[in-house]
Ligand binder design. Sequence first.
Ligand code: MG
Ligand code: MG
Length: 273
Amino acid sequence: MQVVYKSEGQIEAIRVSSLLVGDTLAEVASRIKPGMRTIDLDRVAETFIRDHQAEPAFKGYHGFPASLCISVNAEVVHGIPGNRELKDGDVVSIDCGVNKGGFFGDSAYSFVIGEVPAKTIELLRVTKRCLMQGVSKAVEGMRIGDISEAVQDLAESHGFGVVRELVGHGVGLKLHEKPEVPNFGKKGTGLLMKKGLVIAIEPMINAGKKQVKQLNDGWTIVTSDGLPSAHFEHTVAIGVGKPDVLSSFDKIEIAEANNINLGKPHQITEVNG
Ligand code: MG
Ligand code: MG
């Protein structure tokens, strides 16, 4: 499959979908509280997405049963919403995709509930900064490996583990397109990026070792050492001179700040690392 370059009109449609993902995650973030089941958050998201004349892109994707991936603590990504109740001290990574009119947006954000160890706060802050470091390289004339190395270097400089098995990806006309966007690699390597390319950059960073394994449910990826993991993701159009971030954390961050049940790792707004 070839890399698909998008027209400016297509990019604007992908922006609409990507912003709806952010709005959905903000709606979900405003509802998170201890004792709530992850399936309840999934229903909030599905209703919100459908109320906005869009489809949850994950639901039915290769048989995935829900609208959100909700991955708690040692779960890295692809957690299936269910009867599990959230509790104080949990790290909750929520990934969402929507399809509106045939255009796809994809974004993820990690939250903490109540009090967590300082190391966990550091994990979330660094993972979010890794994303923004990667995003800063999403400009015409740079290569995919420039993104990869920027993410890996920052994560490893804090002693965290960079997941190898799962990667970012092209996005827009499908949920997952070429090229792969690894969170590890060497600058100056990989696809030369140019205007029209739209990618999801999504560092998955572990507090401990990089190794992961898949649970018997066929979906959930967990850390091998049982330590927590964090995940942040933006949909980004390659820009000339600067990246064009199509998704947004603005409303999510407001919801996070206003929800008394959530810890606040991100009071300091970080731009480009
Ligand atoms: Mg995603
Ligand atoms: Mg993705």
